[in-house]
Design a protein around this ligand. Structure first.
Ligand SMILES: [Zn+2]
Length: 313
């Protein structure tokens, strides 16, 4: 019936067009992962204007006094979408934000929630890295999401924890904020809920997509940090990217790949193989081909791991 109407009436056609646009709008996918705990799964692919730079996975905990949000998104518009998505699940206000990373989508939505009275909590080393890289991240964000990035106003945590492991009680929830070591990005941390054996790993864990070794990532340290997270014996891991899952999934998608990079590239260096030979030999790793971005990232990861390990010799 609507189609017939739309043919006859230009306004109906416009409305139908708007409906189609709305239907395609980017959404965060809520997934319940524990008692009053949810993951918000964003885009697995890249940052775009449509996804507000939310190509990561966030999460939240509902407690009697309000909501604790893990990561605030990359822009105020993204923060608004996070708020709307949470409002579909609970009417409680977002009262606390934990920043577990220094990359844009972990914290550049802070200003939106601070304007509504939320408190931002982070480790000192996370805030330090945010300050160090903010100009670079804003520049990059503008390239990906366009005008929306102009509304970003960097706001840092008002409650800074100067430790590498700290017990927090927010609302009535016990959370440990832990720095397990260096990894994907300086200042990355994890939020551990010991009572539920659930961990928000931030960018220490990439599920479903291949992790990226960047010039600022420290691959040997990252592997150690992953093992420290695994030693918590979590029941559920909410990753920095991709869908939540048990340790076995994170082990397969991230832990095994870090092992591969460090062990295989390390062996190539021990055998005096040069960079080109190493990349050619290890460039085909069918066991990881199921991960999204394998084609774009795998050879680059080998290349960067080689240069890091060689530089450390
Ligand atoms: Zn990330």
């Amino acid at each position: 019936m609507q189609v017939t109407m739309s043919c006859k009436h230009p306004i109906a056609l416009v409305l139908l067009g708007l409906w189609c646009l709305t239907a395609r709008a980017f959404e965060l996918l809520p997934e319940k992962v524990g008692d009053n705990v949810w993951a918000l799964v964003g885009e697995i692919g890249g940052r775009t204007a449509e996804n507000h730079g939310l190509n990561n996975t966030l999460g939240f905990i509902v407690c009697p006094k309000g909501v604790i949000l893990i990561s605030s998104g990359a822009t105020p518009a993204g923060a608004h979408l996070i708020e709307q998505t949470i409002a579909g699940i609970t009417s409680k206000p977002i009262r606390w934000i934990i920043n577990i990373g220094a990359q844009d989508h972990h914290w550049l939505g802070n200003s939106y929630f601070v304007n509504k009275g939320a408190e931002i909590v982070a480790l000192g080393r996370t805030v330090k890295a945010q300050k160090q890289y903010v100009a670079e991240h804003l520049e990059r964000l503008k390239r990906f999401v366009g005008k929306e990035a102009e509304a970003v106003r960097p706001v840092y945590a008002s409650r800074i924890v100067d430790a590498d492991r700290a017990d927090l009680t927010l609302g009535s929830v016990h959370i440990e904020l832990i720095w397990p070591g260096n990894g994907h990005f300086p200042g990355d941390a994890v939020a551990w809920l010991p009572d539920q054996r659930l961990v928000f790993t931030g960018d220490f864990v990439f599920n479903d997509r291949m992790l990226g070794v960047h010039p600022f990532s420290q691959v040997v340290e990252w592997r150690k940090a992953f093992k420290r997270i695994a030693a918590l014996e979590p029941r559920v891991l909410v990753p920095g990217h991709g869908f939540p899952g048990p340790l076995a999934k994170a082990q397969r998608d991230t832990g095994d790949y870090l092992d591969f990079l460090v062990e295989k590239v390390g062996k190539a260096l021990d055998d005096w193989k040069d960079l080109g030979e190493t990349t050619d030999t290890l460039g085909d790793a069918p066991q990881f081909r199921y991960l999204k971005f394998y084609d774009g990232w795998h050879r680059r990861n080998i290349n960067r791991t080689y240069l890091q390990l060689e530089g450390a010799q």
